[in-house]
Design a protein around this ligand. Structure first.
Ligand code: C2O
Ligand code: CU
Length: 463
């Protein structure tokens, strides 16, 4: 196995790429899935074979291209499946028309090899979103079927540059190839499929030159299968201005480390300080050591802004989330290594946990392993819902609800960040509140993708 530390310690030259430049793609496009290969690890290793999206022939630095549109636009894309496997596209975090949500067996049939599917949907919200395969996602996302979806505000904030930073980890073998152990029982029952090569925009040593004093918008997207990035700023000051695409009412100063769970996004605004030649930026913290996640090399003096950034303009709201009349749902996360699975429902019958684990199902949500035939809850459109996530397992989980964002609720009842994915630590209870405004059948699952595959998924119906 290649480790990042091992490769870096080996002193091999690292591939340095420019940052991807966003470009506009608002007209109907051809979104093709295809096999490709790319240099992920240093050039004394072979290129890594991967799967990726291409939009009208354009790809991203490693995998999918950035799809960029304006708030209020209608996105119209024809998926053409160039792979030998069925696939779909899920538009993660978009408060989308249910029929376009890309969930096989729920909102559409899988798109077979050489088949097509037309995705046409409105973009009500500005912000940082992403798209990825929702078929065999442990494998298809690990192989590279994902990309950023950026929806621009009518009026852009005052920054010198706007950069998309796709954070990923890859599990590569000694020949720099993606390991095909997608059914790995240890991953499924423990922390998910963690990688051994960590990248930003497909690069192990992503860096870019900036002017001292520059103010940058950084759009962080965690596309990893299971990795929780513990991040910190190094030599820059910054604010969080949006969580999972949704603007904060007031920018929040970043004072210490911050976590980015699988599928989560953060929009930061950072001010570059330092002398010419300094290297500053974003680091990942691993056991007390800081590893560069994005490096900015300071060039030329410039004058810094003195005022804090303004909040991003708010996205539309759909009704008021009022806790007093909320429908209460408790979702207890159960199972996994070190806890084991009790007797639960699976496939419509009561099963004992041991036999389910033999079959590769290790997790349950409130006594149900795997997606049930009937929804966890049927909710009237416009009803306020309070979901409490209770983590009785020994691992963190990144719980994602399709089609909606929810507030994380503070212990004093105040409404916190508005997210589509919340990270729930072992032993923790996370309370959420939202208005179920979007009709349809919506998945609710752990975005540690091996956990979802191993039983940690359910759904709600809003009608
Ligand atoms: Cu980002 Cu159900 O997924
Ligand atoms: Cu999980």
């Amino acid at each position: 196995m290649i480790t990042r530390r091992g490769v870096l310690a080996g002193g091999a030259a690292l591939t340095v790429l420019g940052a991807p430049r966003p470009s506009l793609a608002t007209t109907p496009g051809r979104l093709i899935t295809q096999e490709a290969s790319r240099q992920i690890v240093p050039t004394d290793y072979p290129e890594t074979r991967l799967w990726r999206y291409a939009l009208d022939g354009r790809t991203g630095p490693a995998t999918g291209p950035t799809i960029r549109a304006r708030q209020g636009d209608t996105l119209s894309l024809r998926l053409e499946n160039g792979l030998a496997r069925p696939t779909t596209v899920h538009w993660h975090g978009i408060r989308i028309d249910n029929a376009m949500d890309g969930v096989p067996g729920v909102t559409q049939s899988p798109v077979g090899p050489s088949e097509t599917f037309d995705y046409v949907f409105d973009l009500p919200d500005a912000g940082t979103y992403w798209y990825h395969s929702h078929v065999d996602s442990v494998e298809q996302v690990a192989r590279g079927l994902h990309g950023p979806l950026i929806v621009d505000e009518a009026e852009a904030p005052d920054v010198d540059d706007d950069l998309v930073l796709v954070l990923d980890d890859w599990r590569l073998d000694a020949g720099a190839q993606i390991t095909d152990d997608f059914e790995n029982r240890h991953d499924r029952s423990h922390a998910g499929r963690l990688g051994n090569v960590v990248t930003t925009n497909g690069d192990m040593d992503w860096r870019q030159s900036v002017t001292a004093g520059a103010r940058l918008r950084l759009r962080l997207i965690n596309v990893a299968n299971a990795r929780v990035f513990d991040l910190a700023l190094a030599g820059v000051t910054g604010w969080i201005v949006a969580t999972d695409g949704m603007p904060l009412a007031a920018p929040r100063v970043i004072e210490g480390p911050f976590a980015l769970g699988p599928a989560q996004r953060l929009d930061l605004i950072v001010d570059i300080a330092g002398e010419v030649g300094d290297e500053v930026g974003l680091v990942e913290l691993i056991r007390g050591e800081a590893y560069s996640q994005a490096t900015f090399v300071v060039e030329n003096g410039g004058s810094a802004r003195t005022a804090a950034p303004l909040p991003l303009p708010p996205n539309p709201t759909y009704g008021v989330a009022d806790a007093t009349n909320a429908r209460k749902i408790e979702i207890v996360m159960q199972g996994g290594a070190m806890r084991g699975l009790p007797e639960v429902m699976s496939g419509g019958v009561i099963r004992d946990g041991r036999s389910l684990m033999m079959e590769g199902l290790f997790w349950a949500l409130s006594g149900q392993a795997g997606r049930p035939d009937t929804p966890l809850a049927e909710i009237a459109q416009g009803e306020t819902v309070a979901i409490d996530f209770v983590n009785e397992t020994a691992f963190p989980h990144a719980m994602h609800l399709h089609g909606h964002h929810f507030h994380e609720v503070a212990p004093d009842g105040s409404l916190g960040d508005f997210r589509d994915t919340t990270l729930v630590q072992p032993g923790q209870r996370v309370s959420t509140l939202f208005v179920a405004h979007n009709p349809g059948d919506w998945l609710l699952h752990c975005h540690m993708l091996a956990h979802h595959a191993a039983g940690m998924g359910t759904w709600i119906r809003v009608a």
